[in-house]
Design a protein around this ligand. Structure first.
Ligand code: IVH
Length: 717
């Protein structure tokens, strides 16, 4: 993994995986350091030279990020960027006092917080009135003309994309980022400085010649579409709730207590305004100049803005954005923002009710709706057996993407909307992403449409279906149902569960189709030769997959409990169950009451767990897993005697092979305890690439710092 801007964008939380703490120095710095140690020159001169090199590196790295993010024109190769970054890291490690607030290395490493502090905006963050069509936009111009006269028409407008993300305000003091806050209610927001520092295109220091006064740059944090879809897919696989739209994903990622979580999300930023509570520090005459200046300062500005002379030009621009441009954007917009260009006129126009400026308006787009034919309503079987209807549509383009399928959620929804196979239906993309059927167009009915009913038998195995107590959900009760098995196997292998790398959806389908695997326990008896007999495997891939499967036997009980996919039991509940009962034997014999006694678990989970393990077919499966030597214990119990027993350990940075979670589990399994901050009580710090302030603190306190290899040694692996 690389630390170049491009790589950081793809996976911002991962530093150079190959570089441990001790070997991140580039050859260049290493020799420089050795030289300086060997010369006779006074120490102060050395430090001055190192300080100068540090400043030079910061400058080079800032400039490279600026070129990369703002102008889309990389000035350095990934490798060059990496080398400079690591050189700076090693200088700062040797001389923590040289680490400035705006150092590019500040983007990672801040401590998690227990709550976000409130932040009072020096200048309120306003919201916008809406115009939903061309006529409403003209109405707005008429109103402002009545206030300040015809000058407005001559001043012209700046039209900008309305980014559908989370609004933030970035405070710069003498060009250095000192504070970042969410909008909140416009007056009081939250301090999310540490999180915003992790956003790669938020400049830590403004380029060019920004004002030396304290200024605030306002803009929108957003979550790019492609990353959004990928993240939701992996959240589904891990049994985690998905984000409804990129806006929620952006806002949620921004308001994390642990900056490392924010850093792991690919957030981006566009700036659109500059304010200051000091008088006369901003030299701008027009909004257009503001946007130009932002760009010069290294702040990304949304593309496709328009300097419009007349409102007709604005309208034309809005139409082309809505009907053409929008589809090609990699981020969500929910309209355009039209601003009176002259800042003097903006001031004259003022703010209505302290909330909405008169000088700007949001030109909202109509929701993306299309008509198409509902070819069929089909049913998918989920891993817990739930039958979910979905719409098979005649392919139709909505807002630039072709939609073929849409979710229908459950039987009630189909009945309430009176959807019939063969109907012409209206389909929309909600929040720009998930297609939904709005409803049928009854006038287009011919009489040949077929009303739909939930099947009485499972579409995958033909077992008569059963109904939930509340009658909303219909499910297939057959645990051996191939439809359920497919989803169950995919879930079993997913990252938050047994984490079997390489066992993809398509490969699971193939194993079931070839009848080599019937349930999750069958995975453990698969041989390399069996895979080699299947299409699509070479020796290397077959061996890797068998190894990954075998390795997963060592996962602790909590992972196994997650992987079983017990209804209502996610990763957290699984961990509580595993820690409480310690062994699978104890857990499967637990009564509903015993489960309900565990803090953090409620009656629904208790009921679900008890009835799951009472099922005879589950008992059979568990016997098979036990026979396959899958771990059925949670290592906590044994922990008191492990190699790390009684030691308090802090993890920081990106480790070469283990994820945070894996390292935590491993350490806990050997008796260690993880805490988030370094103190005198810390036994050692486990550090990886891009370790930040925790590492500095350990060095200051004289706490030992080890790398992953050393950890493996200590626990005898
Ligand atoms: S101007 C005048 N410009 O839209 C004060 N806002 O609905 C309003 N937004 O809270 C800000 N893109 O978060 C402005 N180019 C843009 C924008 C934009 C997105 C958001 C902003 C604001 C919300 C109002």
């Amino acid at each position: 993994m690389s630390t170049s801007p491009r790589q950081q964008e793809a996976s911002p939380n991962q530093g150079d995986a190959g570089a441990g703490v001790t070997d991140t120095e580039s050859p260049d710095t290493a020799s420089r350091n050795t030289e300086s140690r060997n010369t006779e020159s006074p120490v102060s001169e050395d430090v001055a030279a190192v300080a100068a090199r540090g400043a030079e590196l910061r400058e080079l790295l800032h400039r490279a990020a600026h070129e990369y993010y703002v102008f889309d024109r990389p000035a350095l190769s990934d490798a060059q960027y990496d080398a400079l970054y690591r050189e700076l890291q090693s200088i700062e490690r040797a001389h923590p006092e040289l680490r400035t607030d705006d150092s590019p290395t500040r983007r990672v490493g801040a401590e998690p917080q227990s709550a976000l502090a409130k932040y009072a905006h020096a200048v309120p963050m306003l919201s916008l009135g809406n115009a939903f069509d061309d006529a409403e936009l003209r109405g707005w111009e008429d109103r402002i003309v009545r206030v300040v006269g015809d000058d407005v028409r001559r001043s012209g407008y700046t039209a900008e994309l309305k980014i559908d993300g989370a609004a933030v305000s970035l405070t710069f003091d003498n060009g250095v980022l000192v504070m970042g806050a969410t909008r909140g209610n416009g007056t009081i927001g939250e301090d999310v400085t540490a999180n915003l520092r992790t956003v790669r295109d938020v400049p830590l220091r403004l380029a060019g010649s920004p004002p030396s006064a304290r200024i605030e740059i306002r803009g929108e944090i957003y979550f790019p579409f492609d990353h959004f879809e990928r993240m939701n897919a992996s959240r589904v696989a891990a049994g985690e709730p998905v984000f409804a739209n990129p806006r929620n994903a952006a806002a949620g990622s921004l308001r994390q207590l642990d900056p490392a979580v924010t850093a792991s999300r690919p957030l981006r930023f566009f700036g659109y305004s500059v304010v200051s509570d000091e008088r006369d520090v901003l030299p701008f005459r027009t909004q257009w100049e503001v946007l130009d200046a932002l760009q010069r300062w290294g702040v990304p500005v949304a593309p496709d803005r328009c300097h419009c002379k007349t409102l007709d030009e604005v309208t034309e621009w809005a139409h082309s954005v809505e009907h053409t441009l929008r589809a090609s954007l990699d981020f969500a917009i929910d309209g355009g923002v039209v601003k009176v260009d002259s800042l003097r006129l903006q001031e004259d126009l003022g703010v209505v009710g302290g909330r909405e400026p008169r000088w700007a308006i949001a030109r909202k787009f109509a929701p993306d709706v299309a008509e198409t034919r509902l070819l069929a309503i089909e049913v998918n079987v989920g891993r817990t057996g739930q039958l979910n209807p979905f719409a098979v549509l005649e392919p139709v383009e909505i807002g630039g993407t072709v939609v073929r399928l849409a979710t229908l959620h459950n039987e009630d929804l189909v009945r309430d909307k009176d959807l019939r196979a063969g109907d012409v239906v209206q389909v929309k993309r909600a929040g720009d992403v998930i297609p939904q059927v709005i409803g049928p167009v009854p006038e287009r009915r011919t009489g040949a449409e077929q009303p739909w009913h939930m099947p009485t038998h499972c579409p995958a195995c033909n077992t008569p279906v059963a109904r939930d107590a509340d009658l909303v959900a219909v499910y297939c009760p057959n645990v051996a149902c191939p439809g359920r098995q497919l989803e169950a196997l995919v879930y079993f292998a997913s990252r938050g569960a047994m984490d079997i790398r390489g066992l993809s959806y398509a490969r699971v389908q193939q194993l079931l189709r070839e009848k080599i695997v019937h349930d999750v326990a069958d995975l453990y008896s698969l041989s390399v030769d069996q895979f080699l007999a299947l299409d699509g495997y070479q020796k290397k891939s077959a061996e890797a997959l068998v190894a990954a499967i075998q390795q997963s036997r060592l996962q602790p009980l909590s992972r196994l409990v997650t992987a079983l996919g017990i209804p209502h039991v996610g990763e957290t509940a699984a961990r509580l169950l595993a820690r409480h009962f310690g062994t699978l034997e104890a857990l499967i014999d637990a009564t509903q009451e015993q489960v309900a006694e565990i803090r953090g678990l409620g009656a629904v989970i208790a009921q679900s767990v008890a009835s799951y393990f009472r099922d005879p077919s589950v008992r059979v499966l568990i016997e098979k897993l036990r026979a396959a030597n899958v771990t059925t214990e949670e290592p906590r119990q044994a922990a008191a005697s492990g190699a790390l027993a009684g030691q308090t350990i802090v993890i920081t940075g990106t480790l070469p092979t283990l994820s945070r979670k894996q390292a935590t589990e491993l350490i806990e399994a050997h008796g260690g305890r993880i805490t988030s901050s370094v103190s005198k009580a810390t036994a050692f710090v486990l550090a990886g690439a891009e370790a930040g302030s925790k590492l500095d603190k350990a060095n200051t306190l004289g706490i030992s710092v080890i790398d992953e290899t050393e950890l493996f040694k200590r626990i005898g692996q």
